[in-house]
Design a protein around this ligand. Structure first.
Ligand SMILES: Nc1ncnc2c1ncn2[C@@H]1O[C@H](COP(=O)(O)OP(=O)(O)O)[C@@H](O)[C@H]1O
Ligand SMILES: O=C(CO)[C@H](O)[C@H](O)COP(=O)(O)O
Length: 564
């Protein structure tokens, strides 16, 4: 074993935490460890198995996040033989806005006996969409008041973000709101567990908490207009130093060092977000190159030189991704989740048997079958809104649509139509950026699905009519987090002084991109035009049937709760 220097990155995804130990200088991933969350995503019941959650809820358990550190980091050291003194830094990235109410010392409220059966005391996962009413009211009030911040967020604040989630807690559980000394992003909370102090990251603050590098948070007046008790929400619940990404949040405490096998004093980077952190891991540090991080959901991140208003984007934040640039984000709320839904609910036993016989996963079986179909052959078209629309409509109340099914439609036809729908959704996002004056010249992809599903990447190349370059790492977010760990350590300790330097040495893409096939491009152009018509028809108010159905469903659910 040589005595190089190493950094650890921990990527907290929707289902699991993934840690990598990376060699400084080469970006070589020496060891990887994955821990599935013990409680997974809680969307029906609390851990007691009886406390029922409402529609659109999605919670997590904060203890699972600490378990990830305790299990994966010692495993990395054991398997690699790397000495703790040669680990010069740690970086974290997380899904976002994944948030929780805590005491001032960092204790999550859900760990207190008084609150263990209280849904609002748990972590609200990014895809918790039950704060849509609050998001709608917030957007109406912000529009009426002519709040300038709306332009930085594509005209709408999403129900996935911090302020609607805090407001939902206040509306539905004022006792939890009162007991919370702070509301924090999970990325900042886990950094707090490592360092013992609360430091907030400028990245999620900028994208998810309406914080601006130059103007800070919105005025108390605005928050008062939402709810009188929110007037001082910033001082009361969002306090804490905000540091830019690329800085050091602090050092590993004695207690945590003992629990995870590293040395106390190891530098810890300011927390990051899973999408944004991936850009340097793919080697991107300049404008015009859009990166798709494809997993449970997809995030699209892009650098620009000017702050433009792009309708329905998630946001533009100065220094939000790479210091010195405007960082743009857009996204799709379900991509892998979309396929998972189909696999779990629509695929007959014969297909599962076939996959077992062939010794492959069900996704691989459906992909193999779908790959035999030509573009347009299924006769199907879908809207990719099974978990709402994150960009460009920013509406969690929109739902899925499949059109063209017949008695001859097969499971692989639908699987392919769902893949195509997500590709059309991405094209809509790319076209919206371009129409708003933000160039998108090249497309990149990373994340689990970009690595695993070649058919899907080919369909994206064909639908977008652009080559798709794939990040070389199988764990791009964790690699990016490790790179930020190396920057937190700094050159003097064997790391880097800037993320650009780290990206040059440690980030990379695979040699061969997926290249568009002209005959497929032609068919997909025609199908995309139909997709765009459906998108406008169901998404922009001409036909609100999706919302009507949701309203009826929610009324029925409330009736059921009353009669229970
Ligand atoms: N071969 C595959 N093709 C398409 N989707 C897949 C495949 N294998 C798994 N998935 C989907 O990928 C998602 C998990 O993505 P991943 O990037 O591993 O995790 P995360 O979203 O937690 O970062 C799941 O929703 C699953 O349905
Ligand atoms: O909104 C996000 C980033 O801004 C979420 O973190 C993301 O969409 C969830 O990520 P994943 O699908 O990889 O679990």
């Amino acid at each position: 074993m040589d005595m190089g220097k190493y950094s650890i990155g921990v990527d907290y995804g929707t289902q699991s935490g993934r840690a990598v130990l990376v060699e400084i200088g080469t970006g070589r991933e020496i060891a990887t460890a994955v821990k599935e969350y013990t409680h997974g995503v809680m969307d029906e019941y609390l851990p007691d198995g009886v406390t029922r959650l409402g529609p659109d809820w999605a919670l997590q358990h904060p203890r699972d996040y600490v378990e990830v550190l305790e299990e994966t980091i010692p495993r990395l050291l054991r398997e690699s033989g790397v000495r703790p003194e040669d680990v010069i830094g740690i970086g974290i990235d997380f899904t976002s806005c994944t948030m929780l109410p805590i005491r001032a010392d960092g204790t999550p409220l859900c760990l207190e006996p008084r609150f263990e059966r209280h849904p609002h005391a748990y972590v609200k996962l990014w895809k918790h969409h039950a704060a849509q009413d609050e998001a709608n009211k917030l957007n109406d009030i912000a529009r009426e008041r002519g709040e300038a911040f709306l332009a930085h967020y594509g005209g709408k604040i999403s129900s996935e973000w911090m302020i609607p989630k805090i407001w939902q807690i206040l509306d539905e559980a004022p006792e939890v709101y009162d007991a919370a000394d702070a509301m924090v992003e999970a990325t900042d909370w886990i950094v707090m567990q490592l360092t013992g102090k609360l430091v907030r990251s400028s990245c999620p603050a900028g994208y998810k908490s309406i914080w601006h590098k130059r103007t800070g948070y919105p005025d108390p007046d605005f928050f008062r207009a939402l709810h009188p008790r929110l007037e001082h929400v910033v001082e009361e619940k969002l306090w804490g130093l905000i540091l830019p990404i690329g800085s050091r949040a602090g050092e590993l405490t004695e207690a945590m060092a003992r629990r995870i096998g590293l040395l106390p004093g190891t530098p810890v980077a300011v927390g990051n977000v899973d999408a944004h952190v991936s850009m340097p891991a793919v080697g991107i540090t300049e404008p015009g190159k859009m990166l798709m991080i494809i997993g449970t959901s997809t995030c699209h991140v892009l650098l620009g030189t000017e702050e433009r208003a792009v309708p329905g984007m998630c946001g533009v934040v100065e220094d939000g991704i790479i210091p010195g640039y405007m960082g743009y984000e857009a996204g799709q709320s379900c991509v892998g989740d979309h396929f998972e839904w189909w696999v779990e609910n629509g695929v007959p036993p014969a297909y599962w048997d076939e996959a077992r016989r062939e010794g492959i996963g069900i996704h691989d079986l459906l992909t193999q079958k779908a790959a035999k179909l030509r573009p347009g052959e299924t006769g199907l078209l879908a809207l990719d809104w099974w978990n709402g629309n994150r960009s460009t409509l920013v509406d969690a109340d929109l739902t899925g649509l499949l059109i063209g099914a017949t008695l001859a439609t097969k499971p692989e036809d639908i699987y392919r139509a769902l893949i195509e729908a997500t590709a059309y959704g991405t094209r809509m996002i790319v076209e919206t950026f371009r129409a708003s004056g933000v160039p998108v010249d090249e497309m990149y992809a990373c994340g689990g699905i970009a690595q695993k599903n070649a058919l899907m990447m080919q369909i994206y190349a064909d639908v977008l009519n652009m080559p798709i370059y794939i990040g070389a790492s199988t764990q791009a977010p964790a690699l990016g987090a490790a790179m930020f760990g190396a920057v937190a350590a700094g050159k003097a300790r064997g790391g880097y002084d800037s993320i650009e330097e780290a990206a040059r040495e440690m980030g990379s893409v695979r040699e061969k991109p997926y290249v568009p096939n002209p005959s497929a491009v032609k068919v997909y152009d025609e199908l995309y035009r139909e997709y765009a018509r459906l998108y406008d028809y169901f998404g922009r108010g001409e036909n609100n049937v999706m919302k009507v159905l949701k309203r009826i469903k929610s009324a029925v659910a409330q009736e059921e709760v009353k009669t229970c």
